[in-house]
Write a protein that binds this ligand. Structure first.
Ligand code: ASP
Length: 598
């Protein structure tokens, strides 16, 4: 080794020791006589002192050193003079008095500070990711990710799971996104697809008798760029045979609970994980990814206002829709422009508009509410009793702001209110930052109707099993069929969907048919898979939590890009390598491809 110790490991016990260190210059201070270097390596930082009276040549070399130079130093560990200790630094009681030094490699001036957690434009950080990853916060994120993955591996290993790698060059396996395709040189005109997930492969492993499989699996989905999605991301993919829904949920709950308690004991969990049915989640939170760190539940006001004189409310309900609302605590003083902004937001989400009701006038109880205390355009269409009933339903008190949305399409009402709830919860800082509200959502519908394609599509993926008692409804009322499908969400983010799978070829074919696949298409795309089911496929199921998002939540970061070593930009570009990039005509010719003039 070019060093005897790492910078971060030195402490009082090393006083008097002769050490050789190597690393980067984190900071350099020239104080006339003495030069101080904070020397940084993978394990931490230590202060090195260059004293011309100890070694003049060393001091001369140190005066050449600049930030991010790679240097080596030999010297003696000494206690810091009393009063100069740095309690913020683990090595802050000592320093190294340099006797010998050399510069192993100089560095250009970095495009941003490595030794400060200052805001830097993300494209610059990604362009120089190797410098960005030198920064303390990013280094901690890499280490945290390592710990999370190691914990998962050890946990599952101890429970009889084996990790099996599955191929990256395969055939399309649908998860509802577009495939990344790889042209074949050996088979002109044919393509591999990168897996959107190892879904079919892990199911084949169940047919192969593996029984307990997992993989830290890379998945590829060519989706339109959406905030905080990556074209390639990592899942803890797992699958088990001979299990019921409960077995998978309790395994996951135990895994996540013990992982957080071991790796991030300072964070709090809701135990046991709350469970909501899909219908309940939609009703109470307007979304199947609710953030349960705070209340602000959505209330259905339709019965109260159905007979009111306000035509927008009446017509929404008459048209088969709903009138729903939330109560935002202590925001009755919101100004017109603040309310306008919220109105714009919900219109942007497809809602027709927002009705606001501010309950002003002190801190008394709702019983004392008078007409004058309510600020809203709808008060003249509602009786005071109706207003009180609305306020009561939403759990409001004096000083609160009620946000109400009416619409013929309940789905749009729910979406708008769930976004308002998220936004207001965020603004009012209602969520405890150290709380992880893992939540299971269960009893999903199997299918949803796509208005554009006029076809049924899977809520999860086509391999999800319907509930046994709902199978008879597949032909008569597909919309009523519930699935053996569960999701795990945390703090408003979906971590994963999972399900028990179909394991007979006849039921799988029936589902493909319902989804609009022709017999030929089924044979072409899934023939290999269906055939396996006829050789004794066991009942099985699984789930695949997203590792990027789990680490993001544990790290308290806002985007998954902060916890991926080399992420793509928000527009799916690799800025470190500048990819995607053009290829030569020869490469295209080898692949039997010609580019079309756009
Ligand atoms: N393959 C699924 C997904 O990526 C997860 C699962 O069903 O296990 O969402």
């Amino acid at each position: 080794m070019l060093k005897t110790h790492s910078c971060g490991e030195l402490n009082k016990n090393h006083v008097g020791a002769r050490v050789t260190l190597a690393g980067w210059v984190d900071r350099r201070r020239d104080q006339g006589g003495l030069i101080f270097i904070d020397l940084r390596d993978g394990q931490g930082i230590v202060q090195v002192v260059f004293n011309p009276e100890v070694s003049k040549p060393c001091h001369d070399i140190a005066s050449e050193m600049r930030n991010e130079y790679v240097v080596r130093v030999s010297g003696e560990v000494a206690p810091r003079p009393p009063g100069t200790e740095n309690p913020k630094l683990p090595t802050g009681d000592i320093e190294v008095i340099a006797h010998n030094t050399d510069i192993l490699n100089p560095s250009k001036t970095p495009p941003f500070y490595i030794n400060e957690d200052t805001e830097v434009e993300e494209s610059l950080r990604l362009r120089y990711r190797y410098l960005d990853l030198r920064r303390e916060r990013m280094k901690e994120n890499l280490i945290l990710r390592h710990k999370v993955v190691k914990f998962m591996r050890d946990f599952l290993d101890a429970r009889g799971f084996i990790e099996v790698e599955t191929p990256i060059l395969i055939k399309s396996t649908p998860e509802g996104a577009r495939d990344y395709l790889v042209p074949s040189r050996l088979y002109p005109g044919k393509f591999y697809a990168l897996p959107q997930s190892p879904q079919q492969l892990k199911q084949l492993l169940m047919v192969a008798g593996v029984e307990r499989y997992f993989q830290i699996a890379r998945c590829f989905r060519d989706e339109d760029t959406r905030a905080d999605r990556q074209p390639e991301f990592t899942q803890l993919d797992l699958e088990m045979s001979f299990v019921e829904e409960e077995d998978i949920l309790s395994l996951l709950e135990e895994l996540l609970t013990s992982m957080v308690e071991t790796i991030k004991p300072e964070m709090r969990l809701m135990k046991p994980f709350p469970r909501l049915t899909y219908a309940e989640a939609m009703e109470r939170y307007g979304t199947d990814k609710p953030d349960l760190r705070f209340g602000m539940e959505i209330g259905d006001l339709s019965d109260i206002v159905a007979q009111s004189n306000f035509s927008i409310f009446r017509s929404a309900i008459a048209g088969g829709g709903k009138v729903k609302g939330i109560c935002v605590p202590c925001c009755a003083t919101y100004t017109c422009s603040q309310l306008d902004e919220l109105n714009k937001m919900v219109r942007g989400l497809g809602a027709e508009g927002l009705v606001t009701m501010a309950l002003g006038g002190g801190t008394g109880s709702l019983n004392d509410l008078t007409g004058e205390m309510v600020k809203s355009v709808v008060t003249k269409f509602l009786t005071l009793d109706q207003v009180k009933e609305i306020a009561g339903r939403l759990g409001a008190g004096m000083g609160d702001l009620l946000l109400i949305i009416a619409g013929k399409k309940t789905r749009l009402v729910n979406t708008a209110l769930s976004e308002l709830r998220r936004e207001m919860g965020h603004r009012l800082k209602l969520a405890e930052p150290d709380l992880l509200a893992f939540t299971f959502i269960v009893d999903y519908p199997l299918l949803q109707w796509n208005e554009e394609t006029k076809q049924w599509e899977s809520m999860h993926h086509p391999f999800t099993a319907p509930k046994d008692e709902d199978v008879p409804l597949l032909d008569s009322a597909p919309e009523k069929v519930r699935a053996k499908h569960y999701d795990i969400v945390c703090n408003g983010y979906e971590l994963s969907s999972g399900s028990l799978r179909i394991y007979t070829s006849h039921l799988q074919r029936r589902i493909f048919k319902l989804l609009g696949y022709s017999d030929e298409e089924v044979e072409e795309r899934f023939g290999h898979f269906l055939e396996a089911f006829d050789y004794g496929a066991p009942p099985h199921g699984g789930i695949a939590p997203g590792i990027d998002r789990i680490v993001m939540l544990l790290a308290g970061e806002e985007t998954i890009r902060e916890v991926i070593a080399f992420p793509k930009s928000q527009t799916a570009a690799d800025l470190t390598f500048d990819a995607p990039s053009p290829v030569t005509d020869e490469q295209l010719a080898e692949l039997h491809l010609r580019l079309r003039e756009e």
